[in-house]
Write a protein that binds this ligand. Sequence first.
Ligand SMILES: NC(=O)c1ccc[n+]([C@@H]2O[C@H](COP(=O)([O-])OP(=O)(O)OC[C@H]3O[C@@H](n4cnc5c(N)ncnc54)[C@H](OP(=O)(O)O)[C@@H]3O)[C@@H](O)[C@H]2O)c1
Length: 278
Amino acid sequence: MDTVSLTGKDLAAAINADSKARAAAFAVAPRLALIVANADPASAWYVNSLRKAAERLGIACDTVDLGADASVETLRAELAARSADPAVDAIMLQTPLPAGVTLDDVSSSIAAPKDVDGVSPLSLGLLATGLPGFVPATAEAVIELLKHHEIPLVGKHVAVVGRSNIVGKPLAQLLLAADATVTVCHSRTPDLAAVTATAEIVVAAAGRAGLITGKHIAESATVIDVGTNESADGGIVGDVDADSVRGRAAALSPVPGGVGPVTTALLMRHVVDAAGNR
Ligand SMILES: NC(=O)c1ccc[n+]([C@@H]2O[C@H](COP(=O)([O-])OP(=O)(O)OC[C@H]3O[C@@H](n4cnc5c(N)ncnc54)[C@H](OP(=O)(O)O)[C@@H]3O)[C@@H](O)[C@H]2O)c1
């Protein structure tokens, strides 16, 4: 069977065109604060790409580098100060965080109306109860990519591989809200292939290159690859072994060029939405 490539570039371009027009309508440009507390090259690359994406859309972007040894107290104080600053519309906290600091230690200091990546306990609670709030952009990107490619979710069995607070769990909530039947798998799932091979849609969000192979996929299933793993040649690869899945799956999202560009576009859309809360 021919496997359709579920690219995200056209969808991202459409979202960005809309965000750019909406950003231009503000007397004062929407402003995003990117809080960094690491010396990780992959994070620096990502921060740079977010800055460029913001610039292209007319969104002002401040990077606040607190250093890789910032304490929980320093991070909380900075997030609280930006939350209280009327000049800042949106806040994103980059990972990794300093050794010994978890997202849970600090994320509640981001005010929900500015929490554009939906990481705070309040944002995640709003999502779980179906109330309006910012949703983690990667999880939302999976739903938007499926919708864009007209892949129905109502009544479908979706297996999500990964249960993190920023991808797997919020994605499961969004899928339930879209009336899918959801199974969430994780590292303690004894026979992953036995579960995923019963699903009509498989979403891989484990951060393990090549974890999902042809044996994990039912014939004609749709596969969304959220994973971004560094490859030996310095590029990025997903969690799906594309060569073994292609020809078996009906559709597969590429890495790069699938979920990634849609995630960035949705983050920027959230920044413009946050400016609308002024
Ligand atoms: N494309 C994008 O825009 C984007 C954005 C964000 C993240 N990502 C990528 O998405 C991936 C997941 O990110 P994350 O932050 O959710 O990662 P994470 O916090 O490390 O969580 C990984 C999840 O995968 C599960 N897992 C790990 N190995 C497994 C295995 N062998 N079998 C089944 N489940 C396994 C873990 O299970 P346990 O809970 O049992 O440990 C955990 O729930 C990463 O590659 C990340 O880079 C991409």
